[in-house]
Structure formats: C-alpha cells, structure tokens
Design a protein around this ligand. Sequence first.
Ligand code: NAX
Length: 328
Amino acid sequence: AASPVHVTVTGAAGQIGYALLFRIASGQLLGPDTPVRLHLLEVPQAVKAAEGVALELDDCAFPLLAGIDIHDDATEAFAGTNVALLVGARPRTAGMERGDLLSANGGIFGPQGAAINAGAAQDVRVLVVGNPANTNAFIAAAAAPDVPKDRFTAMTRLDHNRAVGQLAARTGAPVTDIARVTIWGNHSATQYPDLLHATVGGRPALEVVGDDAWVRDTFIPTVAKRGAQIIEARGASSAASAANAAIDHVRTWVDGTPAGDWTSAGVVSDGSYGVPEGLVSSFPVTSDGGAWQIVQGLELDGFSRGRIDASVEELVDEREAVRALGLA
Ligand code: NAX
C-alpha cells in the first residue's frame, strides 16, 4: 500500500474544519488510492473540541485514514507535512481596526510559516483559507524563506465556484459547460469576478448572456458579496462550500486542470498583468499536477483593468500595513 500523505489542518475544531476533515479522510482530497494521516492544529482552549472531532472521525472507520494527531504547537503540527490547510484565523470582531486584524493574524501566520519552513516535507503545498487569506499567505510565505514561494497559495476557489454557479443559473447551462471564469485580486469585496474570457458550451459567455448590465450590476456584486448573503441567510459564515472549495483547490493543484480550462487561485505574483511581484493575488491559473502557472497573454479591456487595479491596490495597502507592523 502507498505510504500516507500527511495533511495538517489548522482551526480543526471550527466550522470549516468540521466540514473539511471528513471529506479529506474519505479520500476526496487526494483520491481513492492515497491514505492520509491527519494532523489537527488548534489553540489550547479548542483542543478538547478537536479531540471530539477526532472521535467522530474514528467512528467513520474510513479505510484511507491512517491516523490522527492533535496539536496545539505549530512546529509539531507541520513536521513532515505534505499538505497544509491553514484555516484557523483571528476573525474581525466589533471595533477592531484593520491594523489590529492584520497584527493578530500576523501573530498566527508568521509562526506557522516559520514552522512550515522548519519542518514540513520537501514537497509541501500550503493553502491559506483563514482571512484575510491573501495577506495571511503573504505573511506565511515571508516567514518561510527556504520554501519555494509557489508553494504558498490563498483560496479564491470559493469565489470562482460561486461565479460558475451564478453563470450556470443565468444561462441555464450545466456547470460542466462553463470554462475560463476568473477571479482576480483579493479575496474580499474588491475582487474582480471576470467573464471576459469565459465560455458557455464553447461560446463566449458575454455573448450567451447578452446583457452587460447584468454582468456589471448583478453578477459581479452577487459573487463579491456572496459571503455576506450567506451570513445573512444562515446566521453563520460559509462553511461547507468553503471546505468544498479547499478540496477543489488542492485536488486541481495535484491532479491538474483540464485541457483548455483554468481555475482561480491566490498565488505569489511574478509581475504578470502588472500585479506587483511578491503580492499574493488571485489569477487565472493552470496546474500540470506540480506547480500553478499563471495563464499568460489574456487581453483585458478598460473595465477589467480598472477592477483589477482597484483590488490589487487593496493588496498593496495590506502589504504596506503588514510591513509597517514589522510582520513581513
Ligand atoms: P471558526 O471560528 O468556526 O473556526 C476557526 C477555528 O480556528 C477555531 O476553532 C479557532 O480556535 C481556530 N484557531 C484560531 N487561531 C488558531 C491558531 N493560531 N491555530 C490553530 N487554530 C486556530 O471559523 P470558520 O468558519 O471555520 O472559518 C475559518 C476562516 O476561514 C475564517 O478566517 C474565515 O474568515 C475564513 N473563510 C475564508 C474563505 C475563503 O474563501 N478564503 C471563505 C470562508 C471563510 O469565511
């Protein structure tokens, strides 16, 4: 039998963790032939709850689950890990300024990046889900100078999947007919969900939709503010859909993108599309099963350029704030 792949999940006792761990253990993250060993990282006060989740995982008797370790120490949790899902973060609470939020999260993602640098496996792949995801990934990558920068990613796959869902609903096409949707920029309300290059059944999506006002006034804000709509309706933030997107992100990274299509992920910019090098920004990306590649050569109209620039400006501001705080 294959030896187990080590998967670390932080925030394991949280609501995304609860939706994520059972899917990983059932084989949906790495496929039906790959046993996994889970490492759950929590803050000390949530370790007991994480132990409860582990009891439930035991009770599933998953054939692929090769073991569970529970940690409250990042160095131990990331030792030897192949896939690191950084879900736990400090949420913004009432009265908290952005500086406070970045500083609290810097105190989490800096040490976790350092722990990954110190002990993760050579082939480690990191996905940051915890918000502000792009900048948390930037902080973690900065704290891991020996790990190639392209191993650090931030999740915009939920935004991508939301965009695919909205386009399918509008056009009546099955989601499998939709390709080349892109999320650009920050995982925040400034993100740019882009249909310029998208296709529906091989035809240009904008032509199939035939209504620029819908794209601008309905599609973009619906996708960008979907998180708030979920909170309003459910009384809690997206959890199962976020876990699903994390699964999709890693699965696509490891298995590769289908020919002719791409997905969206926050990756460290190489300067493509004028996004300053080093920022973790969402781009259209392909994978060959190894590393993400930013799709090159897409033509952008003035509207798209403006939307991308606005979101990237927010990322630049976050980077400056993080630097001013001495976090990266
Ligand atoms: P919960 O508050 O339910 O769970 C978070 C868990 O993280 C808690 O159990 C907490 O104890 C733990 N935690 C906090 N600090 C930690 C640390 N230093 N080490 C290990 N664990 C730690 O939040 P949940 O709903 O699960 O959301 C988790 C994060 O995902 C939040 O930051 C949230 O904003 C973010 N999201 C990101 C999305 C994305 O698309 N990138 C979408 C969904 C979600 O909003």
